[in-house]
Write a protein of this length. Structure first.
Lengths: 169, 256
């Protein structure tokens, strides 16, 4: 558990320092985060991370993908008794880079996670992450980049679509 | 032998707590751990442990909801990573409230406190018993020997008329502001007896409290419905609107 935690810290520090990160780095960060959560949730959390080589080589602003992975676990799987799985994938489709984070948990339409008190609104910052991602996409790519949240029955698919960058030196 | 249940959705933490408890209290018999609130409620109902160590944030039911639904004499220690539930924990008359990660010295104090509470004769344990009575199912407040007769009729008045209603014909009782609504297939009457008082007087094998404000007559129960958010509703014969079951009472209808 400590090993996954230090891996996660190291990975996130490295990417935070840079203005640019790559898909491969962001996936490594997601991997260590999910391993860490798996140590806590054990068999209630299963995950897979897949990416083609072209997608791995693409640049990606740091910490765009990470909040989506956190959402999938915190809002999708943690409140569910049986837990479930998170699938993270990155691929090149035509002129686009497509990043998917899909879980089979409670879905985006489920009521906000109960805090147990009935007065609180659960974890702080609900909804902030998605707005933040959308603003960063808009600032950097304009309308060419999108974030889609889709109900999958069960679960949620969060998809980021970015214009493909030229990676040839 | 004293028995204890640990409920936590993080098995890692539950095992650590179990190991610590085993070392501090070798005579304590630990029951199989519960990994969510629903499992915890079921195990407490079935196994009646002396103590339940409940995590608060759990899927299914929160630890607070599990505690609310306890009908036996199981005492509760909340073990949580959050300190913002302390007030509610005390409202639940919890024996203790411990923050994760649990330190050995702190857990030792909890163990001392639990052992002291368990060694006290029940009658000295006024506050807790009072709380348990409040949480007890309908009817048990009038335990054998209390000398209370089972309620068979309720009398409701509207202007000059009074109505005598046999409780067998009542579909359900529901708290309505200062009054209690008595619903039969034909009519709705208002009486002044509060729900809690009715609960103590009604036959527990026939009348069940399903919500803080509602006691239903099992004789007229038609079935249940569960919605997408897995909230449970009861359908009552001869009555159109469904009645919500609060989470604390959901386990009563598990078998249906």
């Amino acid at each position: 558990m400590l090993q996954s935690f230090t891996d996660y810290l190291r990975a996130s520090l490295t990417t935070l320092r840079g203005e640019h990160s790559a898909v491969a780095q962001e996936l490594a960060l997601a991997q260590s985060y999910l391993e860490l959560l798996q140590a806590r949730m054990e068999d209630r959390l299963r995950f897979s991370i897949t990416a083609d080589d072209a997608a791995r080589a693409q640049p990606l602003p740091p910490l765009l993908l990470q909040p989506l992975v956190e959402n999938a676990v915190v809002h999708g799987l943690e409140p569910s008794i049986d837990g479930g799985s998170v699938r993270v994938s990155a691929r090149v489709e035509g002129a686009h880079l497509v990043l998917d984070v899909q879980d089979d948990g409670r879905g985006p339409d489920a009521p906000a996670r109960r805090s147990g008190s009935g007065t609180g609104t659960g974890k702080p910052g609900a909804g902030m992450a998605l707005d933040n991602i959308r603003q960063r996409l808009l600032a950097r790519y304009g309308p060419a980049a999108t974030l889609d949240i889709r109900a999958m029955h069960p679960g949620t698919l969060a998809r980021i679509t970015l214009p493909l960058q030229d990676t040839t030196p | 032998m004293t028995t204890a249940l640990i409920a936590d959705d993080e098995p890692h933490l539950a095992r650590a707590l179990a190991a610590e408890l085993a070392a501090m209290w070798p005579d304590l018999q630990l029951l199989p751990m519960a990994r969510n609130g629903v499992e915890a409620a079921e195990r407490i109902a079935a196994l009646r442990p002396d103590i339940a160590f409940l995590d608060i944030q759990m899927p299914g039911l929160t630890g607070l909801e599990v505690a609310q639904g306890i009908e036996g004499t199981t005492r509760v220690v909340f073990v949580t990573a959050y300190d913002d539930y302390a007030v509610q924990a005390f409202e639940q008359e919890a024996l203790d409230y411990v923050l994760k990660p649990v330190k050995s010295e702190r857990l030792q104090r909890t163990v001392d406190r639990v052992q002291r509470a368990l060694s006290q004769p029940a009658s000295d344990d006024g506050a807790l018993l009072a709380a348990l009575r409040r949480l007890a199912p309908v009817g048990t407040a009038a335990s054998p020997g209390a000398g209370l007769e089972r309620l068979r009729w309720v009398r409701a008045s509207s202007s000059e008329l009074t109505h005598q209603v046999a409780v067998d014909e009542v579909l359900f009782f529901r708290a309505d502001d200062k009054y209690t609504c008595v619903q039969t297939a034909e009519a709705e009457h208002l009486i002044r007896t509060p729900i809690a008082e009715l609960a103590a007087q009604l036959d527990a094998s026939q009348f069940v409290q399903v919500h803080r404000s509602t006691i239903i007559n099992l004789a007229h129960l038609a079935g249940t419905r569960r919605d997408e958010a897995s909230r449970l509703f009861l359908r009552v014969k001869g009555f159109e609107t469904e009645l919500p079951v609060s989470r604390a009472y959901v386990h009563l209808f598990k078998a249906m």
